[in-house]
Design a protein around this ligand. Structure first.
Ligand SMILES: Nc1nc2c(ncn2[C@@H]2O[C@H](COP(=O)(O)OP(=O)(O)OP(=O)(O)O)[C@@H](O)[C@H]2O)c(=O)[nH]1
Ligand SMILES: [Mg+2]
Length: 303
């Protein structure tokens, strides 16, 4: 009796253990199944997110194409060989901040001290405060590497950040001048130094006028454009912050350009549409910078 009870007990134990074991296996299987479901859910969510990103990038790219076709009819995009040559030159060059000048006389004086009168071709970035001049300069001269992006020109959310003409020397081959912005945050002294520079600078090859694609051109830009035309200073227009143009802002941008008066000029400036900042959703790359680099190199006779 004792034995059979013991066997029973043992059998009972075994069967309890077996039941527990089966329950554990079932539980583990259920967990695995659940995980599989979750993972497949996750990956489909991930796939959905990725394809949404791709779609947004394509939509953005198509909008850029539309702008190119509509406004740059007289200009061809830079050829692949020109882009490669240009990137090769830029890679081999070293950029450094040379000096800042709050007045044009100081600019001339510092410039002659630095170069012993060696004349280098020069371009300047003009534009309203906050239009992205300093950020673009950094992007161009550091090949867009994130860690280097604040190495050269200081940029800031605060409008009116650049206070004087800042000169950057690129391996003694050419120079880029970053200017203080005009508009509500600009000052009379900053206007003075910039206007004097535009008027007097003999080695200025081309002006790049920057306008945020979000705020567009306004009467300040028109006044500067009139000044450039009056003094026969060649210029192009760079539309910055394209990454911020949402579908609802697209028609506003087109309207701004169409009504700006620039399209009626006898020689239409070339437009560059760029994003200096990346945006995971629709601008994973920087667009338009290659064409702009080629234009700068050509203006400085380096290509
Ligand atoms: N999203 C986006 N932000 C940009 C872009 N370019 C510039 N910014 C931002 O716009 C702000 C102003 O940029 P800056 O480069 O300082 O503008 P600036 O024209 O030099 O301004 P001032 O020196 O004040 O005349 C900064 O917060 C930049 O990060 C761009 O292409 N996309
Ligand atoms: Mg600036």
């Amino acid at each position: 009796m004792f034995l059979s009870t013991k066997i029973l007990y043992q059998n009972g134990l075994k069967s309890v253990a077996r039941t527990n074991y089966i329950a554990t296996v079932n539980k583990a299987q259920a967990i695995l199944e659940q995980r599989k479901i979750e993972q497949s859910g996750l990956s489909s969510k991930f796939r959905k997110k990725n394809s949404k990103q791709e779609e947004d990038t394509q939509v953005f790219y198509r909008f850029l194409q539309k702008l190119e076709n509509r406004y740059n009819t007289e200009y061809k995009p830079a050829s692949e060989s020109a882009i490669q040559a240009c990137n090769g030159i830029i890679k081999s060059l070293e950029s450094k901040f040379e000096f800042g000048a709050p007045q044009y006389e100081i600019f001339e004086q510092k410039d002659s001290n630095t170069y012993q009168n060696k004349i280098l071709p020069e371009i300047i970035f003009l534009g309203k405060c906050n239009s992205g001049k300093s950020t673009l300069l950094n992007n161009l001269l550091t090949n867009g590497k994130k860690k280097d992006l604040t190495k050269l020109a200081r940029a800031s959310k605060v409008a009116g950040y650049t206070k004087m003409l800042n000169v950057y020397n690129i391996s003694n081959r050419f120079k880029i001048v970053d200017s203080p912005g005009y508009g509500v945050k600009g000052t009379a002294e900053q206007g003075d130094v910039t206007m004097n520079y535009l008027l007097k600078r003999k080695n200025l090859r081309r002006v790049y006028l920057l306008a945020s694609a979000v705020t567009g051109l306004n009467h300040y830009d028109s006044a500067i454009i009139d000044y450039l035309i009056e003094h026969a200073i060649p210029f192009e227009i760079v539309w910055t912050k394209m990454d911020k143009v949402t579908p609802s802002l697209e028609p506003i941008l087109l309207d701004n350009i169409d009504k700006s008066g620039v399209l009626e000029m006898p020689v239409k400036p070339r437009f560059f549409f760029i994003n200096s900042k990346l945006n995971k959703q629709k601008c994973p790359k920087r667009y338009g910078l290659e064409n702009l680099k080629v234009s700068i190199m050509q203006a400085c006779n380096l290509l």
